[in-house]
Design a binder for this molecule. Structure first.
Ligand SMILES: [Cu+2]
Length: 471
């Protein structure tokens, strides 16, 4: 393809994206009169899904799918305990929905086609309207045609602020996502069956906030709340921070949005697809220190991005505040009911159908592969939990691959592992290592039908999915 053609294609795509009304409507959370607020600002945000030319590689335009024509997608900010309204319009040529990952949502607002709402068809609008009960780092993405829509750019950060925002000097949102691109920025096949059958198909271009190895400059001596989001379909990152001079102070303060009980120094922390990690970073007083945010693989630190210290800022106080806990009920471990899910691999199956499409049953949960859903055809739940009751759930990975297992609608406590020492913490996704068994616990207090699946999107699409009914 010549440069000229690429440019023309870019202009066409840009023009198409501009047809849609877009960009954010002013967001006002400080108006205490809810009624007036509603009349003045009918929607806190508008999100329009559509085709968009994204410049992920220099001077190469990728025919992406995006929210409001941009990547990174708009960062949605909400306030804990307050309503958030988003008017979503689908300008794609295929159905879509939005799932608000990690939000203990009203079931009707969870964004799962057929299970919680009808798919939003091309040209249609759907208003998501809900309260965010927990503060933290969350995200949003479609829950239909997920391989294509998410791979091509429809993933974004949802930050729920505490009513009193902890007094860090700076905030840095780092959205991690890989793209499967050739050298001209065109998409390679998004899913390769023999990879889907194993760890999942990895991207070829690694980005942070849509850029390859970006550089950030922040005032020396300032404290930074770094919010890392794994928005990739497949990859797990082993997050580590490394300074080119003296050791730095970097503490794990939240996992999947949930503050940890006692922060600990970050050595390396793995986040599977869909997971988040908040790190409190205290920048040294010295200028021109380079800190590498890396994916640590054994002895090697593969850089994701760099943070440089600049001239100190008079405003910076260097405080490292403690995050308040979210109002998640503590499970009663003594009287909890036990439940068990075994994740397995159908190793003997031929991975592709004759037409090259993915088969639906590479993977099994309790000997069952996800059958798919359609109008009037919802499969049976994997399990039913009684509302208000505590559960201890065993998650057993009987496969030689990692699986980040995500439950919608609830935040659970990760208790223990048979493979490694882990710190008890709350999460909405737990990364199971190969052949690992983990116990989680929760109070099933949010009624509805909640998806329960692997967040390696190809695994989910080929069997590792189901739902749990809480009633
Ligand atoms: Cu998986």
């Amino acid at each position: 393809m010549t440069k000229q053609m690429k440019r023309r294609q870019f202009l066409q795509l840009t023009a198409a994206a501009l047809v849609a009304p877009q960009f954010l409507v002013a967001c006002s959370h400080d108006n205490h009169d809810e009624k007036i607020h509603y009349e003045i600002h009918a929607f806190d945000y508008e999100l329009n899904a559509g085709e968009a030319a994204l410049e992920l590689l220099n001077n190469r335009f990728t025919p992406g799918l995006a929210y409001n024509g941009q990547f990174p997608a708009p960062v949605i900010r909400a306030v804990q305990g307050k309503r958030l309204r988003i008017r979503f319009t689908n300008h794609l040529s295929q159905p879509s929905t939005i799932h608000w990952h990690g939000i203990r949502n009203d079931n009707a607002m969870d964004g799962v086609p057929w299970l919680t709402q009808k798919p939003v068809m091309p040209g249609e609008t759907f208003v998501y309207d809900f309260v965010c009960p927990d503060a933290g780092t969350f995200w949003y993405h479609p829950h239909i045609h997920s391989i294509e829509q998410m791979s091509k750019g429809m993933v974004g950060a949802l930050i729920v602020d505490e009513p009193e925002v902890p007094a860090f000097d700076q905030e840095l949102i780092l959205s991690l996502k890989d793209w499967r691109l050739d050298e001209n920025g065109q998409f390679l096949p998004l899913s390769i069956p023999r990879e889907a059958f194993r760890a999942g198909t990895l991207g070829t271009v690694n980005t942070v906030n849509g850029k390859v190895a970006p550089e950030y400059t922040l005032p020396a001596g300032s404290s930074v709340r770094v919010r890392l989001l794994n928005l990739d379909n497949t990859r797990a990152y082993n997050i580590a921070f490394k300074s080119d001079r003296q050791p730095i102070i970097a503490n794990v303060i939240a996992i999947d949005g949930s503050p940890v009980a006692e922060p600990w120094p970050l050595d390396a922390h793995a986040i599977g697809a869909g997971q988040r990690l908040d790190v409190a970073l205290l920048l040294p007083d010295e200028q021109e220190v380079k800190i590498t945010v890396a994916d640590r693989k054994g002895r090697f630190h593969v850089p994701l991005c760099h943070i440089h210290t600049a001239v100190a800022d008079q405003q910076s106080k260097g405080l490292m505040p403690v995050l308040p806990a979210n109002p998640v009920k503590k499970p009663d471990l003594e009287n909890a009911e036990k439940m068990r899910f075994v994740f397995e691999w159908q190793g003997a199956l031929s991975p592709t159908l004759a037409n090259g499409e993915l088969q639906h049953d590479f993977w099994l949960i309790n000997r069952r592969g996800w059958e798919g859903m359609s109008e009037g055809n919802i499969p049976e739940p994997l399990a039913v939990m009684r509302r208000g009751k505590s559960y201890i759930v065993e998650l057993k990975n009987n496969t030689p691959h990692q699986h980040p297992i995500h439950m919608h609608g609830e935040i659970f406590t990760v208790l223990d592992s048979d493979k490694k020492a882990l710190r008890v913490h709350q999460a909405d996704t737990v990364l199971l290592d190969k052949y690992e068994t983990v116990h989680i616990a929760l109070v099933a207090d949010n009624p509805g039908r909640w998806m329960f699946h692997c967040h390696v999107i190809e695994h989910m699409k080929t069997g590792l999915m189901g739902y749990i009914t809480i009633a």
